[in-house]
Design a protein around this ligand. Sequence first.
Ligand SMILES: Cc1ncc(C[n+]2csc(CCOP(=O)(O)OP(=O)(O)O)c2C)c(N)n1
Length: 899
Amino acid sequence: MDTGSLRSNNLLRATHLTAVDDDPEETREWLEALESVVRVAGHERALILLRLLEEQAQQRGIVANVPPYSAYRNTIPIEQEGPYPGNLELEERITSINRWNALAMVVRANTAYGELGGHIGSYASAAEIFEVGFNHFFRGDDGRGGDLVFFQPHSAPGVYARAYLEGRLTDEHLANYRQEVRGPGLSSYPHPWLMPEFWQLPTGSMGIGPISAIYQARFMRYLHDRGIANTSGRRVWGVFGDGEMDEPESVGALTLAARERLSNLTFIINCNLQRLDGPVRGNGQIIQELESLFSGAGWNVIKVLWGSDWDPLFARDKTHSLLRAFADTPDGEYQTLGANDGKYNHERFFGRAPELRDLVSHMTDSQIDALKRGGHDFRKLHAAFRAAAQHDARPTVILAKTKKGYGMGRAGESRMTVHQQKKLDVEALLAFRDHFELPFNDEDAAALKFYRPADSSSEMEYLLERRRALGGSLPARRRRGDSLPVPTRDGYAKFALEADGKEMSTTVAMVRLLSGLLKHRTLGPRIVPIVADEARTFGMANLFRQIGIYSPFGQQYEPEDAGSMLYYREVKDGQLLEEGITEAGAIASWTAAATSYSAHAQPMLPFYIYYSMFGFQRVGDLIWAAADQRARGFLLGATAGRTTLGGEGLQHQDGNSQVIASMVPNCRAYDPAYACELAVIVDHGIRRMLDEQRDEFFYITVMNENYSQPSLPDGVEQDVIRGMYRLRREEPASPRASLRLLGSGAILCEVIAAAELLAKNWNIASEIFSVTSFSELARDAREVERWNRLHPTDGARRSHVESLLAGNAPIVAATDYVRAYPQLIGSYTRARFVALGTDGFGRSDTRSALRGFFEVDRHHVAIAALDALARDGAIGSDVVAEALTRYGVNTDAIPPWEA
Ligand SMILES: Cc1ncc(C[n+]2csc(CCOP(=O)(O)OP(=O)(O)O)c2C)c(N)n1
């Protein structure tokens, strides 16, 4: 949205409020009429009248364009605020203590080490938001499953500070903030991988929190609607930054939340108007912009802009001069006002117009200085949280206006550089202590001592009682779920294990495996198939009918294909998540399902099947976050391989994902060639994740090329899982040399054909290996290499690669991925190792043309094999030259990665 026009709209609205009024008598009559409607018939009726008036005004052309946001004031009028159910004084004190401890842990870490980072300003702005949640709304898990809370990542010190008061963290923990390697340290941001019993939801990469929160709330409904868990009464809360809302992921799923009426979801946007470098919207108003965005997307929007001490000013402001001035103030100026004292605000804000000056004529500069923004006022925040929790039709966003670095005084409050502020001098520390009336002396303040009141103090009793009433502490993460029974493999995978030469693609095999698993009595209902508008592409349309597409509203229309066997069946307890064209949304759904064992004590087994190119490459950071969250499930990269997916071209053909997957520590990635290998890997994955409850997930690439599928050879099962097995030997009568050929995915077929060429045309023997995972091989080889290095006198271990590829016969490895993929094992073999791959941009053509172009077809594999043998001196280089001629290779072609 253009903030310029936003601002002018805002001005327009302000002007409309009190444009030069030359008939005050008539104005008064109108206003009194409105008052009496409200009194007699209530708010609803008044709203109807106003809406009709607005429509009429538009029709008459009086109002050309009604801005999609309301005036710059609190949404909840003071009459609807209701009484505050807590003890304000104690809550203020607890908040002040948290502020101090959060600040002390950051400053201590940086004073001692100088480079550890951490943030003070963000939590300083969010402290009251967090406390209202902790004292009144965020439900712990008392056995029925609690709320899920997404915490603004750089406010983590505030969450630690509270856990410290609750007795969940010690002085030692706090003293080791951001020092995780040696001690019982605390991670910089919320990372379940690093603090698996504390953090539930990673948010450190901006934008991932908001989209994940939406899909978590949706998944709670899914569990409920499918009768798996009663999630009614549970909520998802997300505290996010206003700067963070610029991330596409933050806003990309807002309409889904409204469409599915996720009233169990509340966002609280901490609108401190600043991000890292400067103002979020210096020349505009981020709050108004966000209001338009969220209300346009269908959310319930609650603005909390001004604290209670502004209420009397509003009450006296009959001419709306305050609203006019607010509308006229861009955020950059709000920041400057926020960074300056009461005198400055008196002159520069209230001094703008006589009506404004009159409003505060009774106030001193320090009273003006003490006027709070709404996000620092417990009453206003509580009213908003309560309204959000009571709203039963839509998700709610609370736009809470705060000050970045609130309470840091000249050391940071609303300063441009506050985000980076990590060190405070003694004077600033004492000022902070005084500002928040903290009960310790100068020495303790200067020494940055953590402060925890005595257990018997009213603060501690209050704080603990509040958490008890709300079901226990939070965040707290469950490490294990219940184990799920693992079906016997023969029940669903026989067709693949005993394929006996039948032709099929691995994609078809995967879908058949999935269909079989779905029929299993106990595991079946726990499976969550997920697609992003590609079910038909992968031949999964039968699932529409078999298990139904989840829709909270069932199917309120007659589908066009109602008469067909495979009709598009939407149903309230549908099992398939059809996400539409949003890979980010689909992976967020997958993550919710893949972490359900922890978040909901309900293990689920998600299979998200997608175009492999649109996975690790497109939403890799969301996958990284899922890995942090200890996700368990299957990701299926379909239509994989840069040359196996013919026709589709540069943005579709995936030669990259296996390499990216190899970098995710708890991702087990496989590129099987055969359906039988796939069956072994799926079975293995199910056992690891559901039975052994290991925190790992499986990425498997499957292809759409049909070829003959062998049965599983005897005795290779463990090797399939370890990443490579010996397939066979291709041997001419009296070979002149021999070598090893490795192939994975669909390129294995080319490798086998190359072995036949080598035997027939060149009298060379080859041993053929099917590699199911170069990354698993490398993982094992890396571990063995390290163990050997650290235990030099204990007798060397051998990796799987070394065991199968011992000796000096050269090795040629070919895949449908970039060379970096097979090269993952290149340094672990003694013999010459040659990698062939698909480096470069894909393009549209047939499979065979593409394989020729990328030099991974049978001819190029054979040539690479001959070349390797020639370089080892086993044959002459003239053989290579002859082969190049025989296979018609254009030796002057430019390399594919430069074409
Ligand atoms: C994807 C991503 N990009 C950049 C960052 C670095 N970063 C951390 S905090 C921050 C500013 C956040 O501003 P805002 O969301 O307004 O929160 P505030 O601290 O102002 O409350 C940035 C850019 C990040 N963590 N993640």
